[in-house]
Design a protein around this ligand. Sequence first.
Ligand code: PMP
Length: 354
Amino acid sequence: MGPAIRGDLAAVPDYNIPATAPDAILLNSNEGPLPPPPHVVEAIARAAAEAHRYPQWFSDTLTDRLARALGVPEAGIAVGCGSVGLCRDLVQAFCAPGDEIVCAWRSFDAYPVFARVAGVRTRTVPLDAAHRHDLEAMLDAVTPATRIVFVCNPNNPTGTAVGARELGAFLDRLPERVLVVLDEAYREFVDDPAVPDGIELARHRPNVAVLRTFSKAYALAGVRIGYCVAAPSVVSAVHKVAVPFAVSRIAQAAALAVLDRPEELRDGTAQVVRERARLTERLLRDGHPVTPSQANFVWLPLGRHAAEFAGFCAEQRVLVRLFPGEGVRVTIGLREENDAFHAAAARYRLHPPA
Ligand code: PMP
């Protein structure tokens, strides 16, 4: 018998680690399809040469750069070990055991896990028939115990996004003591002008915290860095609970290098957005269900056929993310990768396994 582990941890689901295979096409983790450009790799190498030194505690140089780029005060930015690290920090900072969070379901699966680990209850609110956040119902789910409402915009895994008008109306009616975490991990891929820029909202609303990441559009998923834009009081609460030196020197240097050449980011995201439209159109033409997406992935609500479809794609060496009984999420890759997925999906439709 080993040391006594917290009894309630048994109820925490293990993280659903995405599959990988050496010669497969990986469309199951919402990563960027291309590696970082050479100047970013060089910045990483330079930072590696100083790996014997601790990084800046609060990522000061990056915070300063982001503050100037986004037009917010430095005190309104917290940098973290991926935006997922900041999600966890926000739960730690705002929720005590017995408190509640509200989130849509299905949405990013880390929210209820972090809540449970903190002894916090999650009220999940089903997405509406169009796989979008049902903000009215989320408002109804708020109780005096609610500390955080997570709004994932665009939503993972459905790719749907809520518009400025409906989000504004929701925020107007939510008690100001409740923090809204607007998770914008996929914001750079939005092309619908109705979708709000969360940073604008955070600038004027003290109860909105926006999460952004360098993992997706900036091709840095492997170095782990994201940031939160919020009122200074929210940022200092995050700083209190953060793991010291959680953001490595390498991650800080990589993010700074990416910000040096924003045009490369724009080209890369524009390509993903074009490919998203092309793949969606082809899948719909073939008769597959596809939800209109604002992110770097598409959602196929296949219900009870989801597992069979994902298995069939895996046999064709294309890995997609399965949500059993609900659907599959397919990351937009390079053109030829998307073509390979489309070919697999077309074969499935013509010759579904018996
Ligand atoms: N938020 C959402 C909605 C996500 O889908 C992800 C990644 N899957 C994250 C946050 C975390 O991203 P990262 O920690 O790499 O910044």
